[in-house]
Design a protein around this ligand. Sequence first.
Ligand code: PEP
Length: 256
Amino acid sequence: MRMKLIAGNWKMYKNSQEAKELVQGLKDCLSKPLENACVVVCPPFTVLKEVCQVIDGSSIKLGAQNLYWEKEGPFTGEVSAGMLKNAGCAFVIIGHSERRKYFGETNESVNKKIKAALENDLTPIVCVGETLQQRQNNQTLRVVEDHVEGALQGIASSDILKIVIAYEPVWAIGTGVNATPKQAQEVHKYIRSLLGNMYSQEVSKNLLILYGGSVKPDNIGDLIKEEDIDGALVGGASLKVDSFTQIVDKSIKANV
Ligand code: PEP
């Protein structure tokens, strides 16, 4: 059985004090060891170190929200995969739609970032998904295929299972309107079929695919029941101890 993975994307929220309070609250609530499940928090770069110190000794893992693919150099404002590793990260979100929309992220840059993450032993959580207009024009599967194929160009079979894919329909992010379990399942199943064609049935069966987009305590239960949904990438609801721990609890319950 594939494990469940729940990742919180804190986006550009939480100063040092707020971040420590939030993660301490999560640590207190998630004190039992997790069975066949993983919880990740992805705070802003500025508080990675502090969050890392708080989660030490717990089962919560640290992730970042972006990286730059070069090792080091004159790239003002950027942070490398090696620096993230050094700050205690195990995961990194790559190709979030907000980065594609506001910061010119492309399939090519996503692909380079994934390779840099893998070289530094970071698990990339690679975001793919269509806009509302693309869905309305029946282009959802074509857009997702383009994102998946573009992101995974040149990624070897030996590395592919070190990657996590997050299906995040853009129209569902931060809107309060989640994809229905049926809509999400259709795309997740399609991603598995793509992986089967690009790699193998083993990869298709084992790669983790998360759903993201307005995940809340009251909708995760139905989403996680779907055969091809292995967890969630959570934005807004990851900023409060209560809502994030409820999402984690309900996801883990789906394992039993
Ligand atoms: C996200 O930022 O990846 C996200 C899914 O946000 P939200 O849960 O707020 O829709």
